[in-house]
Design a protein around this ligand. Structure first.
Ligand code: GDP
Ligand code: MG
Ligand code: ZN
Length: 296
């Protein structure tokens, strides 16, 4: 009987998977049968492996179902999205922030809203954004450059498998480096010679962090292009709407112009933030538009 172990796929390179089981790292091949079954071993997967005589191993089973899985970048089982936005330069776009947050909700992941670059933002601008999200999500106001607020961010990330998401230029790579110098992520420094980034992250990889948690280093979730949600589902992706759902006059209320709408009443009395409601309406109309285009 060969020894069997269970671990996490932390990277995949050229047909090999690297599985971390406790303190041990195994270079593995996957069973051929996975292909036939349509299973693609993915960074973040929980893998059952069988050790071979030469120290390598076979992956014979992937734990399914996964908590979530993404194609670009190809990672699985993300506990938490650290959604990074610059508090200034560029001015944050609330519609885009909410698109990221809704996508995280849709994938059953936690969210930490990380407001970066507070060293160059005005306290008024920082407070304005914090006021919208506080009470819905943990909000960490940080500067990756001055390292302000990083202790609080680490505390929020502790014990979770976190992936960074956010628009290009928000400071994801700088933050990752500041959190753990070992990660050495690319920070948008362009090589003079090649004009390309210095060491671009091409493959997803999981790093264990000193504070006690893991981070997916990826080329980045810089945009979530498609809002993969239905009209009915969208309202449930706004956690603060939940207490009001089911309390509208009409059971199928979309919370747009219907009379006696509990959600809109919550907006007018300030229990739901106006900007969040605006994002909901924008997304709902986008979903409806996509639906119409599908049948044309
Ligand atoms: N002032 C300031 N600049 C920052 C901060 N974090 C990142 N930057 C700068 O913003 C630019 C984009 O950062 P980068 O980490 O490459 O962003 P990414 O595209 O999200 O990975 C770089 O020039 C960084 O030096 C910060 O906290 N404060
Ligand atoms: Mg980057
Ligand atoms: Zn309603």
């Amino acid at each position: 009987m060969r020894e069997k172990r269970k671990g996490t796929i932390i990277k995949g390179i050229a047909g090999f998977y690297y599985v971390k089981a406790g303190d041990d790292l195994y270079q593995c091949k996957a069973r051929g049968i996975f292909k036939k079954e349509g299973i693609v071993p993915t960074v973040g997967d929980i893998a059952h492996i069988e050790l071979l005589e030469d120290g390598d191993a076979w992956i014979y089973e992937i734990e399914l179902p996964r908590k979530n899985i993404f194609i670009r970048p190809a990672i699985a089982n993300v506990d938490c999205f650290v959604t990074v936005f610059a508090a200034a330069e560029p001015t944050p776009n609330l519609r885009i922030i909410d698109k990221f947050l809704v996508t995280a909700e849709k994938n059953h992941a936690d969210v930490i809203l990380c407001l970066n670059k507070i060293d160059i933002a005005s306290p008024i601008d920082i407070a304005a954004i914090r006021d919208i999200y506080e009470g819905i999500y943990p909000v960490c106001c940080v500067s990756a450059v001055t390292e302000t607020g990083l202790a609080e961010l680490k505390e929020a990330m502790r014990g979770k498998a976190c992936a960074f998401a956010g628009p290009s230029g928000a400071g994801k790579s700088t933050l990752l480096n500041a959190l753990n110098p070992k990660a050495d992520a690319e920070t948008g420094v362009i090589s003079q010679k090649t004009g390309r980034g210095k060491h671009t992250t091409r493959h997803a990889e999981i790093f264990e962090m000193e504070y006690g948690g893991t981070v997916f280093d990826t080329p980045g979730f810089t945009s979530f292009e498609i809002l993969e949600s239905t009209e009915q589902e969208l309202q449930h992706l706004y956690p603060e709407f939940e207490p009001f759902l089911g309390k509208c006059r009409y059971d199928d209320c979309k919370h747009l112009r219907e009379p006696a709408c509990a959600v809109r009443e919550a907006v007018s009395c300030g229990a739901i933030q106006k900007e969040r409601y605006k994002s909901y309406v924008t997304q709902l109309l986008e979903i409806q538009e996509n639906e119409r285009n599908k049948y044309q």
